[in-house]
Design a protein around this ligand. Structure first.
Ligand code: NDP
Length: 287
């Protein structure tokens, strides 16, 4: 059944969210600080709200998508009285601590709070490639999940409101690690003037194959507590990594991304974990 949803914050992402809700047949009320950005959506059938409080009062559910949590608290604090009995889904990017703090504050105002982590760029909203992580008030999530599904996939991470942000940060951390490896690999290839596009298929296939093995393999070792490996030991990697750093230097490529990995491998062997696999590094990072 169509729902009435309000969207506050019509930047690149908020506009994509509002447009997807309209396209799915929902009634959508919109508010943006700069009112010029509401025009495209009202032309598609959205109702313009005169204020954030009016937007929150109009919707069964209000989606917030501003730049930072400080922007969200700055917007909500003066209109706290309008939150009682309302459902907020804050899809603004932030940290677990920020999500927990905002969830506690909205609970004091009598509102139900969902936190979300958007695993998509605006162009991926409402496509099978994009999804949103949610945490917080599970009853609100279950009630509004059919509506939220208009935005793309929905993934519940738990009643701790910080979990969506934690999963989001952890996924992006994995991406940044991949980016570090890929940029270093291209720097090495380009140090010999080899076209990057020639190397790209090899790199993509290799990173994919390694990811498919390592991601579940490390998880299984971590959850069982058995770090002994029959794949690739810390000792063999520690013995090899000095050669990588030497090769980076010889090719004129910065070792900055990889010196910390060498240090961690050195430490793992010094602390007696030679026969373990990479899963052991997770435990060392936590200390
Ligand atoms: P934009 O810069 O396009 O939009 C920011 C929005 O926040 C605008 O609507 C802006 O209003 C509003 N805003 C900022 N500060 C305030 C404030 N103090 N009071 C009221 N409104 C404010 O950013 P995006 O839409 O790209 O990103 C929004 C959120 O979504 C961010 O947290 C981002 O990290 C997250 N996200 C974005 C992704 C992306 O690919 N774009 C992917 C995943 C998450 P105004 O128009 O008036 O300036």
């Amino acid at each position: 059944a169509p729902a009435h949803v309000s969207v506050i914050g019509l930047g690149m992402m908020g506009s994509a969210l509002a447009a997807a809700l309209l396209k799915a047949g929902h009634q959508v009320t919109v508010w943006n600080r700069n009112p010029a950005k509401t025009g495209i959506l009202t032309a598609q059938g959205a109702f313009p709200a005169q204020s954030p409080a009016a937007a929150i009062e109009a919707g069964e559910l209000t989606i917030l998508c501003l730049t930072t949590y400080d922007d969200v608290t700055g917007l909500l604090t003066p209109i706290a009285a309008s939150l009682k009995g309302r459902v907020l889904a804050n899809l603004t990017n932030g940290t677990p601590a920020q999500a927990r703090e905002l969830a506690a504050w909205t609970a004091e105002q009598g509102a139900a709070y969902l936190d979300g982590g958007i695993m998509a760029v605006p162009q991926m909203i409402a496509t099978p490639a994009g999804y949103i992580l949610y945490s917080g008030d599970e009853r609100a999530y279950e009630a509004h999940r059919p509506t939220l599904a208009a935005l793309g996939g929905t993934r519940w991470t738990g009643t701790d409101p910080g979990y969506a942000a934690l999963y989001d940060l952890a996924l992006l951390t994995g991406m940044y690690g991949m980016v570090m490896g890929v940029t270093q690999a291209y720097a090495m290839i380009r140090s010999e003037n080899i076209p990057a596009t020639d190397f790209a298929p090899l790199l993509a296939d290799w990173v994919t194959a390694m990811t498919q093995g390592a991601v579940p393999g490390i998880a299984a070792a971590l959850d069982s507590g058995d770090h002994l490996t029959d794949v690739s030991s810390l000792a063999v990697n520690q013995a090899a990594i000095g050669g990588f750093l030497d090769a980076f230097a010889a090719q004129g490529v910065s070792p900055a991304f990889f010196e910390p990995l060498r240090d961690l491998l050195d430490r793992s062997v010094a602390e007696g974990h030679s026969a373990d696999g990479f899963s052991r590094l997770v435990e060392l990072l936590g200390k």
